[in-house]
Design a protein around this ligand. Structure first.
Ligand code: ACO
Length: 435
């Protein structure tokens, strides 16, 4: 950080101003260090939704929303998606560098040998209703892991932090597959160590005691790509939640459970589920013929209807992940002989109409990764209500890399935002008969 540049704050009423250091990152906008603002002026900043606030220093993921660029540790997502698999990407996010062949082999072995969950976890699952949303089950079961792995909960011990990271990455697919199997009343399928990460997950999802799952490389590669594209995304809502939860010293399993809860919302990880539901509904109402009416509703502020899978807080040009996911969508549909899938065709028409509409153009609203990831997941056989769980499974590495980076930061403090208070001033409690 260089602090030669200063920012000066003045007030129109003549009250004393203040000067603040300005820091540059390796790329991206400079930041004004306002940590001493309150001490110097007696005022807070007001930035609900963090529209202009950098909440931390990070070296993991960089997004240039105007260029449509996403870099994990400096590597463009377009290159990682075609040259690396998900576990190499995990290694990169956690360690900062891509692994050598030997490092990769040791990392894959560590993850592979931690995929089983404690057998008692199965009873934990039985406490849930079978019709519970799998994200509810995932929030609970991820949080419950803190009750099973006491040997790695010292967050100031580097080795403990590493083993927790490996456990979370390794066990998340097992938990997601268990949530699915439980919901359909099938027995849990144990992990198999001779399969790769994504193939193993698909087998735990789709095999059953009567029928082995036949691994299809195109489908496994598609799932692996979904995981790579969702592995990290800078300081988004769920990652910031994990950091905030972790800033109090909470254990990593509890912090990741907080991330899972945040991801659940339709404005964040729930968007691909919401997008597929939207396409299904539009299809049921008449498909392409009804796109005009639907777009009119989306543009009507009072309708409360949004075009799901469109728009992004940071990408204001295009989402590079959406392009890669569209490619994968073609590959998967071709492999399965579903080229004429009506939902995919509807999505393509809807995209075209929206991209030519002034409302979307002027607001810089483009398809995000979720516009296509739902169609791919549906083709893979993943049920709609499990989509966000797949996202959570993919994002676990990003959450844990950010959590770890935060704990390692010597300047780290508990997160404690302030507020602009608009409530009642001090008043007296009246006896109940006088209220
Ligand atoms: N459909 C219709 N209008 C939209 C959409 C949309 N999907 N997204 C934004 N807008 C409009 C807003 O109404 C607003 O219009 P206005 O200026 O007339 O008031 C304008 O575009 C700016 O929107 P904001 O809400 O200020 O943008 P913000 O950056 O806060 O929101 C968000 C980003 C939450 C992603 C939003 O675009 C959205 O809800 N999209 C649909 C949900 C979705 O796809 N989420 C996935 C995000 S990607 C991910 O998590 C992997």
């Amino acid at each position: 950080m260089s602090n030669e540049l200063k920012a000066t704050l003045t007030f129109s009423d003549g009250s004393p101003g203040a000067e603040f250091p300005v820091y540059s990152g390796t790329i991206g906008p400079d930041v004004i260090d306002i940590r001493k603002l309150y001490a110097q002026t007696g005022k807070f900043t007001f930035d609900p939704g963090f529209m202009s606030t950098a909440a931390c220093e990070s070296a993991i993921t960089y997004i240039d929303g105007d260029k449509g660029e996403l870099l994990y540790r400096g590597y463009p997502i377009e290159e990682l998606a075609v040259s690396c698999d998900y576990l190499e990407t995990c290694y990169l996010l956690l360690h900062g560098e891509l692994p050598s062949a030997d490092q990769k082999s040791r990392f894959v072995t560590s993850v592979t040998y931690h995929t089983m969950v404690h057998e008692q976890m199965t009873r934990f699952f039985q406490g849930f209703r079978r019709d519970a949303h799998p994200m509810a089950v995932l929030c609970g079961s991820v949080g419950a892991m803190s009750a099973f792995y006491h040997d790695s909960l010292d967050i100031y011990n580097l080795e403990h932090r590493y083993i927790s990271a490996i456990r979370l990455i390794a066990k998340m697919p097992t938990l997601v597959a268990m949530a699915y199997k439980y919901s359909i009343g099938q027995p849990f399928v144990y992990p198999r160590n001779d399969l790769g990460y994504s193939a193993n997950f698909m087998r735990m999802m789709f095999a059953n005691p009567c029928e082995e799952y036949k691994v299809n490389d195109v489908l496994v590669r598609a799932l692996d790509r979904i995981l790579i594209l969702h592995a990290d995304h800078e300081q988004n809502a769920s990652t910031s939640t994990v950091r905030l939860a972790g800033s109090s010293g909470a254990n990593p399993f509890a912090c990741i459970a907080a991330g899972v809860a945040t991801l659940w919302g339709p404005a964040h990880g729930g968007a691909n589920e919401a997008c597929l539901l939207m396409l299904n509904e539009l299809q049921a109402q008449g498909g392409a013929d009804k796109i005009g009416d639907f777009i009119a509703k989306v543009k009507d502020k009072h309708s409360g209807v949004k075009l799901m899978g469109f728009g992004h807080r940071v990408y204001k040009n295009f989402d590079p992940r959406a392009k890669l996911m569209r490619e994968t969508c073609y590959e998967v549909l071709n492999e399965l002989g579903l080229q004429d899938d009506p939902l995919f065709k509807l999505a393509m028409t809807l995209e075209k109409v929206a991209l030519e509409d002034d409302y979307f153009v002027t607001r810089k609203l483009y398809p995000n990764v979720d516009f296509y990831s739902g169609i791919v997941q549906k083709a893979l056989g993943i049920p709609t209500d499990l989509f966000t769980c797949i996202f959570a499974l993919a994002r676990t590495v990003g959450w844990i890399a950010n959590w770890n980076e935060m704990i390692s930061d010597p300047d780290q403090k508990i997160g404690r935002p302030r507020q602009l208070f608009k409530g009642n001033v001090r008043r007296q409690v009246l006896p109940i008969g006088q209220r």
